[in-house]
Ligand binder design. Structure first.
Ligand SMILES: Cc1ncc(COP(=O)(O)O)c(C=O)c1O
Length: 404
C-alpha cells in the first residue's frame, strides 16, 4: 500500500508517530492549514458586518464555504446549513430550538443504545423538561439492529427519532434509512448524527431521510471549532434561535427584536469564518482523493488490525467480523489488561490510540463492558503502521507481568 498522502500532513511527516485515534479527531493536511492561513493573511475581518472590501471578501469566502458544505451533503438550499462549533453544539441547538418547543408530556423520543453521549444528554434534558418519554432501540452484541426492534420502538406517538450513522465504538453502520423511514411513517422528525460517517463515506441528507443532520469538521481534517447543522428549511423557518445577540437580528428595540433571515438567525455572535473556509478546503481535499480510495484503504487496514488482534493471545475485538462494517474502527480488549494500561504502553512506542468508554457508556453497559481500547484509522495510515501496532500489542501482557 503506497502511502501518497503522508507528505500532505506535516505532523505525520517523520514516521515517528502512529496516529490511530482518527475517530476522536483527524489530522490536517497543508491544503487546509494553507486555506486558513490565506483567509487570515488576506482578508481577516468580521464577516457579515463591515462595508469595506476585506469584510465583504471575508463574507464571500464564508458563504462560499456554506455553499460547498450544502453541495457535499446534498442539501437543497445553502440556508439549510448552520455553522456551529461541532456535532455536540448542533445537537443541542436542535434540542433547545426545536424539541423544547415541539414536544410535550407523553410524546416519545426514540434513540439507539449505540449513541454518543452528545446524542443522548440533550434528549435526557428535553425529556425531563417536557415530560416526553425517552426510549432506546437496542442492538445485538455486534451492533446490529433488527427490523422488529425498529417497529417495536418507533410507534405512533413518537415525535423525535435520533440515530448515528456509524458507531464510534463498533464502527458498524446503522440501518439509518429503515429507521428514518419508519419514523416518517409515524409522523416523527429525524436526527442523524453523521459525525463518524461524513469523513469516511458519501453522505446525502435526502437519501438518508434526515430532517436534521450533524457533523464536526475536525473529524474530516478541518480545524477544530467548526461544525455543521443541516436542517430542512421548513423546520428552521419555525424554530426559535438557540443563542441570542449580535449578527442574528434584523432590528432590536428596548424590549424586543426581529430575527435576521436564515441562516444568520442561528449564528449569533462573530462566526468562525476561517474554520468554515478550512472545512471547505478539507472537503475539496477529501473529494480529490475520493471516497472509493478512502474506503478501500480503511477496509484493508481494518482487516489487518482485526487479523492481528485475533493473533494476539487473550485479545478480542468487538463488532462485526467483516472489516467492511467497521468504519475504520477496531475496538478491543486484552484479557487482564485495563485499556488505559494498553494505551499507555502503546504510547511508549509512539502509538496513539484511545481507551475508555468513548462517550458511549450506555452501549458499553449494554455489551457488558466497562471500557475498551480503540484503534481508528484514516486513509493516510498504512500497512507498516498496522504491523508495528500489532507487534506492540503482543508485548502488552508481558509489560504487565503475565508470562504469555
Ligand atoms: C458519533 C459521534 N457523535 C458525536 C460526537 C461529538 O463530536 P464533537 O466532540 O466534535 O462535538 C462524536 C465524537 O467523537 C461522535 O463520535
Amino acid at each position: 500500500m503506497t502511502n501518497l498522502f503522508k507528505k500532505d500532513f506535516p505532523i505525520l511527516g517523520d514516521d515517528r508517530y502512529i496516529y490511530f485515534d482518527n475517530a476522536a479527531t483527524s489530522q490536517r493536511p497543508r491544503q487546509v492549514t494553507e486555506a486558513v492561513r490565506r483567509f487570515n493573511d488576506e482578508t481577516n475581518s468580521n464577516p457579515l458586518r463591515g462595508l469595506y472590501q476585506w469584510s465583504v471578501e471575508a463574507t464571500d469566502r464564508y458563504e462560499a464555504a456554506r455553499h460547498r458544505v450544502a453541495g457535499f451533503i446534498g442539501a437543497k438550499h445553502d440556508e439549510e446549513i448552520i455553522f456551529t462549533r461541532n456535532s455536540t453544539e448542533s445537537l443541542n441547538l436542535i434540542a433547545y430550538s426545536w424539541a423544547l418547543d415541539n414536544l410535550t408530556e407523553g410524546d416519545r423520543i426514540v434513540i439507539t443504545v449505540l449513541e454518543h453521549h452528545s446524542d443522548i444528554l440533550p434528549w435526557q434534558m428535553v425529556s425531563k423538561k417536557t415530560g416526553a418519554v425517552l426510549d432506546y432501540i437496542e442492538c445485538d452484541e455486534k451492533g446490529g439492529i433488527s427490523d422488529g426492534e425498529i417497529e417495536k420502538k418507533i410507534v405512533p406517538g413518537t415525535k423525535l427519532v435520533c440515530c448515528m450513522e456509524v458507531s464510534n465504538v463498533l464502527g458498524c453502520r446503522l440501518p439509518v434509512e429503515k429507521i428514518t423511514s419508519r419514523a416518517h411513517n409515524v409522523g416523527a422528525v429525524t436526527v442523524v448524527d453523521a459525525a463518524q460517517s461524513v469523513p469516511h463515506r458519501p453522505v446525502n441528507v435526502r437519501a438518508l431521510g434526515a430532517d436534521f443532520l450533524v457533523f464536526s469538521g475536525h473529524k474530516l481534517m478541518a480545524p477544530m471549532g467548526i461544525g455543521v447543522l443541516y436542517a430542512k428549511l421548513s423546520l428552521l423557518e419555525n424554530m426559535t434561535p438557540f443563542l441570542r445577540g449580535g449578527e442574528m437580528i434584523e432590528s432590536v428595540t428596548r424590549y424586543g427584536a426581529v430575527w435576521a433571515p436564515l441562516p444568520q438567525r442561528f449564528e449569533a455572535g462573530t462566526v468562525n469564518a476561517a474554520g468554515a473556509v478550512g472545512l471547505a478546503a478539507a472537503i475539496d481535499y477529501l473529494e480529490d482523493i475520493g471516497f472509493d480510495t478512502v474506503r478501500e484503504r480503511e477496509e484493508k487496514l481494518v482487516s489487518l488490525l482485526l487479523d492481528g488482534i485475533r493473533s494476539v493471545p487473550h485479545a478480542e475485538f468487538y463488532g462485526s467480523d467483516d472489516p467492511k462494517d467497521h468504519g475504520g474502527i477496531a475496538a478491543f480488549n486484552i484479557k487482564g489488561c485495563h485499556p488505559h494500561d494498553v494505551a499507555s504502553i502503546l504510547d511508549t512506542e509512539n502509538i496513539c490510540i484511545r481507551a475508555g468508554h468513548h462517550c458511549a457508556q450506555p452501549l458499553h453497559d449494554h455489551l457488558g463492558l466497562q471500557s475498551t481500547a480503540r484503534a481508528s484509522v484514516y486513509f493516510y495510515n498504512d500497512e507498516s503502521e498496522a504491523e508495528r501496532f500489532i507487534e506492540a500489542l503482543k508485548k502488552v501482557r508481558g509489560w504487565l507481568g503475565y508470562g504469555d
